[in-house]
Design a protein around this ligand. Structure first.
Ligand SMILES: N[C@@H](CCC(=O)NCCCC(=O)O)C(=O)O
Length: 256
């Protein structure tokens, strides 16, 4: 059987002081492949290409993390001097998310992708979670990669929610590598997990016919070692395969 195509929107960065690059960190490509998909990198073309044109070629969308921040004007925030933004990624992903969910294309958002999904549905962000009274510091620890992506805190999974159903438990330990976080949850989104300080760490889109889930942590990091990450990517991969079968090009391969 042909593999479902999992589109991964790229960041657009100015590198080596010379040119723009469209890029995705390899661990996301590997996780999309591990979910049973064929990863397809989507360049950050902004509004020069309609979301529908992109969605015609994919069976799922994986929205990745990135050190860049969403431009605050998208959620009514104030510009921050020296902020590292990626306007072209925003211009690509925000309309794409809304169209994908409307079309029932499965969507999984991770970290920046989680924040993008919230903003796409009208939610807002804290620009510095650690500066908010009562909230903890969610930024990454120093150290090697295993230390930076190592378990950082508990999350409580909402009983009866999608993550609870996938994982079969009501708590898990997750990593934490973000400065920003959800201030107000977007319209039609339902919280799926909370950090000990109450910060929303996962949500799903309610009343959608497709899979539409987002997490603030990084399940893609060594996903094969973590039962919650395995369950999450397996469910996403299954949703992409089902969407492909229902809507596009996948036919059972004929026996020779
Ligand atoms: N810039 C935002 C989003 C943080 C984020 O996505 N971090 C991931 C960094 C690299 C990666 O592992 O993909 C924030 O600070 O909240």
């Amino acid at each position: 059987m042909a593999l479902p195509v999992i589109g991964i929107p790229c960041c657009r960065w100015w590198l080596n002081d010379t040119q723009f690059f469209h890029l995705v960190t390899e661990k996301y490509v590997e996780a999309a492949k591990g979910a049973g998909g064929l990863p397809l990198l989507i360049p950050a073309l902004g509004d020069t290409i309609a979301a529908g044109e992109i969605l015609a070629h994919v069976d799922g969308l994986l929205l990745t993390g990135s050190p860049s921040n969403i431009e605050p004007h998208h959620y009514g925030g104030q510009p921050v001097e020296g902020d590292f933004n990626d306007a072209r990624r925003d211009a690509t992903t925000l309309p794409l998310i809304r169209s994908a969910v409307d079309a029932g294309v499965p969507v999984l958002g991770i970290c920046r992708g989680f924040q993008e999904m919230n903003v796409a549905f009208g939610g807002s962000l804290h620009q510095a979670v650690h500066a908010q009274p009562g909230l903890l510091d969610h930024r990454e620890p120093s150290g090697n990669l295993d230390e930076r992506y190592g378990p950082a805190h508990e999350v409580a999974l909402v009983e009866g929610g999608m993550l609870h159903a996938l994982f079969g438990r009501t708590s898990a330990r997750v990593n934490s590598l973000h400065k920003q976080g959800i201030a107000t949850l977007g319209s039609g989104l339902v919280a799926e997990a909370h950090a000990p300080d109450g910060l929303i760490e996962a949500f799903r889109v309610a009343d959608t016919r497709g899979f539409a889930l987002a997490v603030q942590w990084h399940p893609e990091w060594k996903y094969w070692e973590n039962p919650l990450s395995q369950a999450l990517f397996a469910a996403f991969g299954t949703a992409c395969t089902q969407h492909a079968r229902a809507s596009r090009h996948i036919e059972p391969r004929r026996q020779a």
